[in-house]
Design a binder for this molecule. Sequence first.
Ligand SMILES: C[S@@+](CC[C@H](N)C(=O)[O-])C[C@H]1O[C@@H](n2cnc3c(N)ncnc32)[C@H](O)[C@@H]1O
Length: 277
Amino acid sequence: MTDMLDGVRDHYRATGLTERLKTALAAFGPEDQRLMPEQLGALDQFHTRGLAATAELAALAGITADMSVLDVGSGVGGPARFLAEAYGCRVTGVDLSEPFVDAARYLTERTGQSGRVSFETASALELPFDGGRFDTVLLQHVAMNIGDRTRLYCEIRRVLKLGGRFATFDVVMGDAVAHSDGPHYPLPWARTPATSFLLTGAATRAAIEPAGFRTLAWQDDTEAAKAWFARLRASDPPPSPNLGVVMGPDFPQLAANLGRNLTEGRLGILSAVFEAA
Ligand SMILES: C[S@@+](CC[C@H](N)C(=O)[O-])C[C@H]1O[C@@H](n2cnc3c(N)ncnc32)[C@H](O)[C@@H]1O
């Protein structure tokens, strides 16, 4: 297990990330100038369809101001900052990657949200919280890095209140994969198959429900994702700073491969919301 997590950590090692962000963010103004969370959207929403996908998932989950939300695999914290700004809720993020957590804290100071949004370095398989602590748990583009789905979904259920919501937005194995040699790598979450643990949508649901969940919403978002990648291909490169600062200069190639796999039916995108039963 540790070896597997080390491989995932290595993929997101992002050496010197906070320093690189400080340099890149000079484009928005001096260090002491407060940033708006949406200004960071090109670099801090590390999933298909960016900020729009986070906003849609939050609406589907029914987040409200009085909620305490946990974002599992929070990356550099964009979804957490968006939720706190849009809904006024409190958000805690946990992530395996220490450089990402460090960067998430730095960016949250820059947006002036540190009172409402916090981050901790931890594994999704061992969440550092008492049971029944959160009203909502979010998991966006993280499960494909995790082989032990039973443990993942049981941990999420453990930290949720009874009746709480679990909202997931993830990459799943497409129907065509069964008849092919698998997805093309490198991908944004894994440069080789060694740290990629994809399930079909049906297998994902079959892993989540026995952990103590009832399905409330189930949406195949593959077509929307394909259209988004088609627009991306037809447009100029995204303005800087973008996710290239976080993941390195090959990020456009990783993202393009995800788009190609979606087009070929090797991968799909799923949004779903569950109630803790
Ligand atoms: C593709 S990024 C998505 C980040 C964020 N959810 C977002 O949408 O902006 C995947 C994230 O999951 C984290 N991750 C992967 N495996 C994890 C685990 N076992 N526990 C906690 N975080 C993990 C990675 O470090 C990375 O930050």
